[in-house]
Design a protein around this ligand. Structure first.
Ligand SMILES: Cc1ncc(COP(=O)(O)O)c(C=O)c1O
Length: 454
């Protein structure tokens, strides 16, 4: 990701702030605001300036900041027990695993949960679980994807792979998934895109040997690598291919889970159940570092007689799962999974209006639920990306764009020419309108090719 925030505050921060190596950023010129506290859809810097969190942090703080019920639950748990070895049973862990099974895409069969500290770790573990169960080495992973920043996560990630130092791990084979706005299959209709994308997967399996493939892994809708909602029939087609070849279907629901797209999981919204899925981010609304893998019951049973050879010191960290359990209770009590559908209507309207106004630079508006994005272009005729897929978001026009947003007290992020808009599920319509206004000003800083001086 390129998350550099260059918009300088008035004063340079004291030297101690540079003792922290800021992720995904060249360190030298950083001078972002110093964030002290958060409340609802906003966070505040050390001068009391208020910023609207238009992307729920990194599409994670889905309850907004500081929800009192989750904060209290964490405080209560901290007084009792923060951590115990994963080898012991613990009631909070058990309650959370049971709740996850209930909301999982396998309502009758149920699921078992493995816990980790975040999304990348969960994805690494999901690969391990798939390999342990199938005893097969290969994993198919999509080019346009983001799966995290561990060695495993980077290797699974389809873009930026050349950027990490030697990220590859053996056995990962990449494929192209549908991308209707820029079809890699030269398709002219959604049906063609689906059919050709599925045929492409079949061909890869033919050459790689389907019997060597443990899992096909993908985000059921892509997040930071493009907000691509797959055309009808694609996920169903992958399900059929997996079933035919004894391959597991593994969904990365780190970004799409916990109501982000209007249901507990995107698998439910899109009507295709995988065999296992990873989660993180919204699970605890990022109040505690929490991720994990849900494994459908009939697969998890494998480990009743075999070693579950996966684990971490923080697997099922009691404070972390207490945050998850409390967050889930709030999502359900406040009907927030369903609320994402209401927000979807506001996003379609507001972002649609921005696209109409800035047609020279906003090529596409797409998404589902409260997970939307803008694809920025420099030329509506050719759809040339505003910045290329090797162009850090922290420089050039995107630097100006994000700096303008921050000057107008709005936080958002994205990658290359993709800008995410994924507010907390608790956001109000007026708060969102404030975000649209800032986006309007930021888009005005981008000059379409037709308006540039020769
Ligand atoms: C789809 C997806 N998978 C995995 C990850 C990695 O999660 P984490 O940053 O918690 O390791 C992310 C983070 O943005 C993500 O969007």
């Amino acid at each position: 990701m390129d998350l550099q925030i260059h918009s300088a505050t008035d004063r340079a921060a004291p030297a101690k702030y540079r003792k922290v190596l800021t992720p995904w950023a060249v360190q030298g010129n950083l001078n972002p605001p110093i964030i002290e506290r958060g409340s609802g859809s906003f966070f505040f810097d050390n001068h009391g300036k208020r910023y609207l969190d238009l992307t729920s942090g990194y599409v994670a703080v889905s309850l907004g900041h500081g929800h009192p019920k989750v904060v209290e639950a964490i405080q209560r748990q901290a007084e009792k027990l923060c951590w115990t070895a994963s080898s012991y049973f613990n009631e909070v862990r058990a309650d959370y695993a049971e709740a996850l099974s209930r909301i999982s895409p396998w309502p009758e069969e149920g699921a078992r949960a493995h816990f980790a500290s975040g999304g990348a770790e969960a994805n690494d573990d999901m690969v391990k679980i798939a390999r342990l169960v199938t005893r097969r080495p290969k994993i198919l992973s999509a080019y346009r994807s983001y799966h995290g920043s561990t060695i495993g996560g980077s290797a699974l990630t389809g873009v930026d792979r050349w950027r990490d130092p030697f990220p590859n791990i053996p056995g990962i084979v990449r494929f192209f998934a549908p991308y209707p706005y820029r079809s890699p299959f030269h398709a002219e209709t959604a049906a063609q895109e689906t059919a050709r994308a599925l045929d492409h997967v079949e061909r890869i399996l033919l050459h790689e040997g389907a019997a060597n493939v443990a899992a096909i892994m993908l985000e059921p809708m892509t997040g930071s690598s493009g907000l691509v909602v797959y055309p009808p029939g694609y996920l169903e087609g992958l399900r059929t291919i997996c079933d035919r070849h004894g391959i597991l279907l593994a969904f990365d629901e780190v970004m799409t889970g916990f109501g982000r797209v209007g249901k507990a999981f995107a698998s439910i919204r899109f009507g295709v159940a995988p065999d296992l899925l990873s989660f993180a981010k919204g699970a605890s609304s990022s109040y505690t570092p929490l991720g994990g893998v849900l494994v459908r019951e009939r697969l998890a049973r494998f480990f009743d007689a075999e070693l579950f050879d996966v684990g971490h010191t923080h697997a099922g960290h009691v404070l972390a799962v207490a945050g998850g359990l409390a967050a889930l209770q709030v999502y359900e009590e406040e009907g927030l999974f369903e609320r994402a559908i209401e927000i979807e209507a506001w996003l379609r309207e507001g972002l649609g209006a921005l696209q109409a106004k800035h047609a020279g630079v906003v090529g596409d508006v797409r998404g589902a639920g409260a997970l939307f994005g803008l694809e920025l272009i420099s030329d509506p005729e050719t759809r040339a990306p505003l910045v290329g897929w090797h162009h850090p978001g922290g420089s050039g026009p995107m630097k100006r764009f994000y700096a303008t947003l921050l000057e107008r007290r709005v936080h958002a992020y994205g990658r290359y020419n993709i800008v995410l808009v994924a507010p907390p599920l608790t956001i109000g319509r007026e708060e969102l309108a404030f975000g649209f206004d800032a986006l309007d000003h930021a888009l005005a800083t981008l000059v379409p090719r037709s308006h540039r001086q020769p």
